[in-house]
Design a protein around this ligand. Sequence first.
Ligand code: MLT
Length: 313
Amino acid sequence: AGLAATGAQAQGYPTRPITMIVPFAAGGPTDVIARIVTDNMSRTLGQQIVIENVAGAGGTTGITRAAQAQADGYTIMMGHMGTHGAAPALYPNLKYDPTKDFAPIGLAAGTPIVIVAKKDFPATDLKGFLDHMKANGEKVNMAHAGVGSVSHSTGIFFNSVIKAKPTMVAYRGTGPALNDLMANTVDFMTDQIVNVAPQIQGGNIKAFAIATRERSPVLPNVPTTKEAGLEGYEVSAWNAVFAPKGTPPDVVKKLSDALMKSLDDENTKKRLLELGGVIPTGAERTPEALQKLVESEVARWTPVLKAAGATAE
Ligand code: MLT
């Protein structure tokens, strides 16, 4: 991290626009969540929050850039379960440590994972899908947003649970991947609900199951993996705001307060909920809670991905 701002500079913070690095292409789940929560945050802070999409390497390119930015509160980032949970297991030479190189600000949204396929996919339910996967192996193409992304790590986990080996097709985000799914040029993916819910509701893609204990209120007809007969695949992701390590505590507090206020704003909540997002509860929203979550997620995903034989390099 760069030189931390002095107390005096932090006092009037923010006095100019803030950049939020989103480490995936525009239009995907991380980008959508970033734009929704920063809308109200910028009103509270009295400065614009400009989204900068820096895609590549499953989100680790953008997060590396953000981790090395000046720790003055003018560069923050939207990370998630991939960049701050799965990545260390997949990138032995990762240029940041999710548990050490950041000033956590807070959780933005929980995102259940949905198993979605192109409309032309021959199967009509999860059982038929799994049979097809087993019979067709690498002839089936699975889309993801790069090694270590949420769609990649939850996809690797899915393939290891069902013992299948589809061909993995990388995109700069699951926004672009969804376009190909709707064009029937890629077969399926495990993606965050906030990206795929509108297209499922619109009948433009198929949803075989949602990987949560209960169904989502916005996808009442999509069975849970357990209901659909698949044991052992329950997984949700999360997206969260981070600043570089060394960001002054009163800057962290201003950002954290603005994020918490955003999550209590009716319009912000409505936009997240209608996409199937899960609003973090009060206790889950603190910087300390996020630090604990990152530590537990790195510990949780490392054995899962190593067991699945997934490595990026
Ligand atoms: C992912 O981890 O799959 C990303 O969140 C996808 C995206 O935001 O484009």
